[in-house]
Design a protein around this ligand. Structure first.
Ligand code: G3H
Ligand code: ZN
Length: 289
């Protein structure tokens, strides 16, 4: 299959009360794990790559990173027995524009560092371009912190204002809206709750599929409640990294003479497949391909 625009999946998920996983990959092995899990679960999946992963793949050059990942993901989707979407996660304006040109089927513009007005203007520009090319577009209002291993600075958490969300969707024409409800990126344990009262208020004003970032640190109970209220795309990164790394670590610890990357990375892939499958079932998208 070729890469698929995930817009109709997300709309169906919203209507039927389940969610589609936005699964982050940093390398070929993690991409493979996501695609294999999708095949095993007969589920549609969004494979996504973030700004920082692009820099890693492209050895400091995000456009090179985009090119590598677009090639890998297109080939993986062509060979896959499940529908695969390719999404740019937390992209800049330049990255989003390039990703559309390179065949990504979905892009997110992260306007966190921009003013509200700039975020609207850039998001609209990218949404217009995306729609001309049959690409899905996600933007964000509010801020989900990215502490990257450092202590959380509370000032980095900006919960989404419901009126801003309404104005934003009316002025931009985006397909899905990422909102901040109290989650934090990069957490290794599930301990955060979500502000479901705020979600209810946003939902009463905005009839667009909503996106949760930083889901690895959010309790399952809160995620399930939020899905029922219209969170239709759930982004998952740290949980996958954790599984992959534990698989590799176990392989290396079990045999300290092991030097063949195929063997220890292979165990990372297997460990990650299990977590992706578990998340697909948890979100309710198993069997929805
Ligand atoms: O954009 C990616 C996600 O928001 C993933 O967050 O690492 O907390 O799962 P996470
Ligand atoms: Zn995110």
């Amino acid at each position: 299959m070729t890469l698929v625009n995930p817009r109709s999946w997300i709309l169906d998920a919203k209507k039927e009360g389940f969610a589609i996983g936005g699964f982050n990959a940093n390398n070929f092995e993690q991409l493979q794990a996501i695609v294999r899990a999708a095949e095993l679960e007969n589920a549609p999946v969004i494979v996504q790559i973030s700004h920082r992963a692009l820099l890693y793949l492209g050895n400091g050059n995000e456009i090179t990173g985009l090119q590598y990942f677009a090639d890998m993901a297109k080939r993986a989707a062509d060979n896959a027995d499940a529908p695969i979407a390719l999404h740019l996660d937390h992209g800049t304006e330049l990255e989003a524009t390039q990703a559309i040109a390179l065949g990504f089927s979905s892009v997110m513009f992260d306007g966190e560092k921009h003013s509200f007005e700039e975020n609207i203007a850039i998001s609209k520009k990218i949404a217009d371009l995306a729609h001309k090319m049959d690409v899905c577009m996600e933007a964000e209002i509010g801020a989900v912190p990215k502490p990257d291993g450092a202590a959380l600075n509370e000032a980095d958490l900006v919960l989404t204002d419901p009126d801003d969300a309404l104005e934003f969707v009316q002025k931009t024409g985006v397909d899905m809206l990422a909102i901040a409800l109290g989650s934090v990126h990069g957490m290794q344990t599930k301990e955060n709750d979500l502000d479901l009262v705020r979600l209810e208020e946003i939902r009463s004003k905005v009839d667009l599929p909503l996106v949760l970032h930083g889901s690895s640190g959010v309790t399952n109970q809160a995620i399930l409640a939020a899905i029922k209220m219209g969170l239709s795309k759930i982004n998952i990164a740290t949980q996958l990294n954790k599984a992959f790394t534990l698989g590799v670590r176990k392989a290396l610890e079990e045999k300290n003479t092991l030097v063949d990357p195929r063997k220890y990375l292979g165990q990372g892939i297997d460990a990650q497949i299990e977590v992706v499958r578990e998340r697909i079932r948890f979100l309710g998208s198993s069997g929805k391909a």
